[in-house]
Design a protein around this ligand. Structure first.
Ligand SMILES: [Zn+2]
Length: 105
């Protein structure tokens, strides 16, 4: 395994810690509560009870993403777990597959 397999593209750990703290603050905001109330997973589009939704960075912090409202989405646990364990390319393929399924419906 090389270092890039971990997804750390030279992003400073201090930056990641700061962005994680920002995400924690945003999680307490009414903006986030509103998103939870919408009860939908950003990735698979399924209706999910707010309590089962988790916060996800679309562009991971380890890849230079930041804790901005535009980069934070609600996801179901399934999608969140899949995204964590997949390589970015696999995840893109998975998303394309979901889009295709939706178009066929
Ligand atoms: Zn989902």
């Amino acid at each position: 395994m090389t270092e890039s397999d971990f997804g750390f593209d030279g992003v400073d750990e201090a930056v990641i810690r700061r962005e994680r703290a920002k995400a924690r603050e945003l999680r307490k905001s009414s903006w986030w509560r509103n998103k939870l109330d919408q009860g939908r997973c950003h990735y698979c589009g399924q209706a999910i009870p707010p309590k089962q939704l988790t916060m996800d960075h679309v562009v991971p912090l380890s890849r230079g993403g930041t804790s901005t409202k535009a980069n934070l989405v609600t996801t179901c646990k399934d999608c969140n777990n899949r995204k964590k364990t997949m390589l970015p390319l696999e995840w893109e393929e998975y998303m394309a597959h979901l889009d295709q399924q939706r178009a066929e419906r």
